[in-house]
Write a protein that binds this ligand. Sequence first.
Ligand code: DX5
Ligand code: ZN
Length: 223
Amino acid sequence: MIYQLAPSILSADFNRLGEQISIVENCGCEWLHIDVMDGMFVPSISFGMPVISNIRKESDMYFDVHMMVEDPGRYITDMKETGAQLVTVHAEACKHLDRVLGQIHDAGMEAGVALNPATPLCMVENVFSKADLILLMSVNPGFGGQSYIPYMTKKIRKLRCMIEDAGYPDIMIEVDGGVNKDNLETILDAGANIIVAGSAVFKGDIEENYFALQDVIDKFRGQ
Ligand code: DX5
Ligand code: ZN
């Protein structure tokens, strides 16, 4: 199983965005988590396609775009044009989730489905065959810097069992929200393999933060 740390640029200093992305990339980071918010699905507005296209020019990382957007099917072609490789849409934001996952694959990208903390896992079980990744929100989406919701650990564990029992062990489980070096081992042990971290990477010394989190992952994998 692959394990990746996916720093979320939502917590970066946007005045120094390119520079801060280069810091994590130079640390050896392979994934970049990019949070797009529309002010409708979530209260806040972050940034959109022009920003992603511009950071693509300077980065070779795998772009993991998390769309916190109502009716995201409207933007799949535009996302492909930015250079995104994985697009994750919220099940709660799609009237036709199966169709949207098909659109993402047809555009040549990997497809993820995200669930808010209170959304049951049964929302995604019918589309396991169409999902490369399932993102479990471990805070209510919309803002960086919130605290991890403790009941999410049980939900991660349950999803890991569900995908294995259903015969889709290769689906990646991404956990997003409130991850830090103190709770990371518990989250990995529950079955997550793609770890989003915003403030835990970009607040303070980015390089030091990155290696502290990567160290927890390396130790866990070595077990
Ligand atoms: C929140 C976003 C997250 C956010 C995580 O809605 O989806 O990706 O940036 O930030 P932290 O790690 O600070 O909770
Ligand atoms: Zn996110």
